[in-house]
Design a protein around this ligand. Sequence first.
Ligand code: AP5
Ligand code: MG
Length: 214
Amino acid sequence: MKIIMLGAPGAGKGTQAKKIAEKYQIPHISTGDIFRANIKNGTELGKKAKTYMDQGLLVPDELVCDLVVDRVQQEDCRNGYILDGFPRTIPQAESLDRALAALGESVDYAVNVEVPDENIVNRMGGRRACVGCGATYHLVYAPTKKEGICDTCGAELILRDDDRPETVQKRLGVYHEQTQPLIDYYSKKGILKDVDGTMDMGAVFQAITEILGA
Ligand code: AP5
Ligand code: MG
């Protein structure tokens, strides 16, 4: 099963993608997580990506497409995968489609998690990310057992650099301009599935599993 998660920054793509990956035993591929891991490790890719990410801008397509196309052809993706944060532009979607078509494959579902802009700013301000394993929490909606400490690995939690309110506004603008057109793109292909992302996390997950079946 090949699934794409669509939605604004902070809509809950990562939260849901992790749970889906676990349930269906497929890899969760988040381009944001890949870039953050590269930044942490000080790689060339990380250095390039950081300059865009810190401003709330998209990393250029050429730095993203090959990376994902390579990743989805690895052995662990044989039974499918869930893409979180990719594609984010029409050229990225076209490049994925071309690569899959060459293998005789295609995307099965594009799950669009819908959350209005007003809710997003509030969610991002409360999000906390683990510096160790990248796990995501929320001060109110998904608190850790011990304040400021990751439940999974015990490392410290931080507010992501790009979660400051002014950067969130910028990311929302970029989303509406460059990523939202993908809703139409996948709708025309007949694989778009809308989900109300304002429900609580469990209800959103249930709605998605009803779409995916089993
Ligand atoms: P990325 O890491 O993908 O960020 P994003 O799309 O902006 O999305 P987020 O991770 O911020 O939000 P999310 O939807 O995953 O929400 P989450 O589950 O955490 O990308 C970062 C940057 O990398 C981009 O800005 C860009 O520069 C670059 N980049 C990445 N991919 C790229 C690409 N393909 N092309 C170009 N550039 C790229 O949830 C948010 C918060 O809300 C959490 O605290 C969570 O606990 C809480 N929450 C989740 N669900 C609920 C709920 N139902 N109710 C209440 N709270 C909830
Ligand atoms: Mg995410």
